[in-house]
Design a protein around this ligand. Structure first.
Ligand code: ADP
Ligand code: AMP
Length: 214
């Protein structure tokens, strides 16, 4: 199964993509995690992406489209994958269409996790991220077993630079301007599924599974 996760920053894409990847036994591909890993490792790509990310802006399409096209062509994606944070613009969606067509495949569903802006602002301040393995927690809604430490790999958890309140507002504006049009894009292709992302994480997960297995 080939899935795309859509939704505002903080809607729960990463949380649900990780759950779905486990359940469906397919890779979870997060472009945000790929960029953060590149920044951590000091690569050229990381250096180019960092200033955009810190400002809450999107990294230019040309830095992300080929990267994803290469990633989904890898062997471990033969049975499917979950794209989290890509596409984020119409040109990225068109590049993805081209890449999946070239592989002789198709996207099965675009899953839109719907959460209003007010709820996003509260959520982001409490998000804690593991920059080592990409796991995501929330101080209140999904705390780690030991405060400040990743359950999965034991690395310290951090408040992402781009989760500070002033950057979150910019990211929401960018989302509405550049990414929200994708909801219509996939609706027209008849592969859009929308779930209510204000529910508990378990309920959101079960709604997504029901929709993609229908
Ligand atoms: P995204 O990948 O869309 O940016 P995340 O999956 O990282 O979003 O979720 C953002 C924050 O909200 C995280 O701290 C996460 O633990 C929390 N979260 C995710 N889903 C829910 C939910 N249904 N209810 C409450 N908090 C949630
Ligand atoms: P995320 O982890 O998905 O919230 O992404 C964090 C940041 O990485 C975003 O605010 C962007 O700056 C950058 N980013 C991630 N994915 C993309 C993408 N598909 N296109 C452009 N920028 C991206």
């Amino acid at each position: 199964m080939r899935l795309i996760m859509l939704g505002a920053p903080g809607a729960g894409k990463g949380t649900q993509a990780a759950n779905l990847a486990k359940e469906l036994n397919i890779p979870h591909i997060s472009t945000g995690d790929i960029f953060r890993a590149n920044i951590k490792n000091g690569t050229e790509l990381g250096k180019k992406a960092k200033s955009y990310m810190d400002a809450g802006k999107l990294v230019p399409d040309e830095l992300v489209c080929d990267l994803v096209a290469d990633r989904i062509a890898k062997d471990d994606c033969k049975e499917g994958y979950i794209l989290d944070g890509f596409p984020r613009t119409i040109p990225q969606a068109e590049a993805l269409d081209k890449a999946v067509l070239a592989l002789g495949t198709k996207i099965d569903y675009a899953v839109n996790i719907d959460v209003p802006d007010e709820a996003i602002i509260t959520r982001m301040g409490g998000r804690r991220a593991c920059l080592n393995c990409g796991a995501t927690y929330h101080v209140q809604y999904n705390p780690p077993k030991k405060e400040g430490v990743c359950d999965t790999c034991g690395h310290p958890l951090v408040l992402r630079d781009d989760d500070k309140p002033e950057t979150v507002q910019t990211r929401l504006n960018v989302y509405h301007e550049q990414t929200q049009p994708l909801i219509d894009y996939y609706d027209k292709k008849k592969i859009l599924v929308t779930v209510d992302g204000t529910q508990s994480m378990d309920q959101v997960f079960s709604d997504i599974l029901k929709a993609v297995r229908a």
